[in-house]
Write a protein that binds this ligand. Structure first.
Ligand code: ATP
Length: 380
């Protein structure tokens, strides 16, 4: 039985387009004059299991360096996984070779963060779009190609005249539309969007997010959206996975994760997202994470998060928590003490939580206060 199969969310029984099982991507660290000695490894992805249902958006969040992009690239085998299983629509991706691999790549396309650096400035939009078709031998019928290019541009809200222009002639948002068109032109089933809106102005982000939603509805696409920003992922994701130092620490339906974050890392991430309602914003708890993200070349023993966790106990040093089903809601969490933390039974130790109390009788700058110990932590 697979790891996720053993302890997977309710949606495992539904049709999964992507199944990732205990995936590991370890990059060797080389040394010596000829860089021929392996002196260690960067554990970029270190045992991730997840399912992406056909037609859904799976949002993967976590701080920079936690392994999100490597997971996305490993799925396409743009980096070769060290171990683990990847199944796409029932096909074992890791066993594909040559022509089979080429055909598979057409079914999954990537959209990158910075359209300016992912689009060659010397190529016209037409040439950028035809490039993918050429790689798959789909460029021979010129009339058919023109029809395809124009309808693809139309689907991303760009006029046919854009074909003869160059990337620098477009705004950031339009360039990202070209990046999306380039992914769409091959008719993929899954799009891996790596920080698709992070390089854009906030006012433009919503337009691109809406476009992705419209395309999903009209074309039945499945998305893996990678982002460091929970606010972006919340609006588009059916399921959200939270990554920390190469591992998935929590997974839940979008609303569930916001209503009842279980993992201390998710709680800390959510406590940093601004809430538009000033009354709620004033009352809520903020958890400040102590210290920096440890190096993925030298991860802590046991729970990877324990060095920054205000609730960690000795068991966390000794035993790495499995991603397990929390209750019959399907929410999964990798924390030994999720139940005790949620109920308030477990005391934070050496807490560094920034708290604004609802009944504060102090000046409004109380947010800066650091409290030492708090036992009655409410669910955020
Ligand atoms: N080709 C590589 N060789 C060696 N180390 C790598 C390679 N690619 C990524 N890494 C390392 O793997 C870790 C995870 O990187 P990754 O880019 O997947 O993280 P991320 O969460 O996507 O962060 P970001 O949002 O900054 O891209 C980082 O420590 C990174 O330096």
């Amino acid at each position: 039985m697979t790891a996720a199969g053993a302890a997977g969310p309710a949606h495992v029984e539904e049709s999964s387009l992507v199944e990732i099982d205990d995936l590991k991507v370890h990059f060797p660290i080389k040394s010596g004059l000829l860089f021929d000695r392996t002196v260690g490894h960067v554990y970029a992805v270190d045992g991730v299991s997840l399912r992406i249902k056909r037609g859904e958006t799976y949002g993967l969040v976590g701080e920079s360096g936690c392994g999100k992009s490597t997971l996305g690239r490993g799925l396409l085998r743009l980096v070769e996984p060290t171990s683990g299983g990847i199944t796409f629509d029932g096909t074992d991706v890791r066993s594909l070779k040559g022509e089979q691999m080429r055909l598979f790549r057409r079914r999954i396309q990537m959209v990158f963060q910075d359209p300016m650096s992912s689009l060659d400035p010397r190529q016209s939009v037409e040439s950028l779009l035809v490039e993918g078709l050429k790689a798959h031998g789909l460029h021979k019928d010129k009339a058919e190609v023109q029809k395809r290019l124009k309808s693809t541009l139309d689907s991303v809200g760009l006029p046919a005249s854009a074909l003869h222009k160059y990337p620098h002639e477009f705004s950031g948002g339009q360039r990202q539309r070209i990046g999306i068109a380039r992914a769409l032109v091959l008719g993929p089933e899954l799009i891996v969007a790596d920080e698709p809106v992070s390089a854009l102005d906030v006012s433009i982000q919503a337009q691109v997010v809406n476009l992705l939603g419209d395309l999903q509805d009209s074309l039945g696409l499945t998305y893996l959206v990678i982002a460091h920003d929970l606010a972006v992922v919340r609006h588009i994701s059916d399921t959200i996975g939270v990554m920390y130092l190469g591992s998935l620490v929590e997974e839940a339906d979008g609303d569930q994760l916001y209503e009842r974050p279980l993992h201390p890392y998710t709680r800390a991430l959510l406590s940093a997202v601004p809430i538009p309602d000033p009354q709620v914003e004033d009352r809520r708890e903020r958890i400040l994470l102590a210290g920096d993200l440890p190096s993925p070349a030298d991860p802590p023993s046991g729970c990877r998060f324990r060095t920054r966790c205000p609730w960690s106990r000795s068991r966390c040093t000794e035993e790495r928590p499995e991603l397990r089903v929390f209750d019959n809601s399907g929410q999964r969490v990798a924390c030994h003490f999720a139940e005790e933390i949620l109920s308030g039974e477990l005391t934070m130790h050496e807490v560094r939580a920034e708290l604004v109390r609802p009944d504060a009788d102090r000046a409004p700058d109380v947010g800066a206060e650091l409290i030492q110990t708090r036992t009655d932590l409410p669910a955020p």
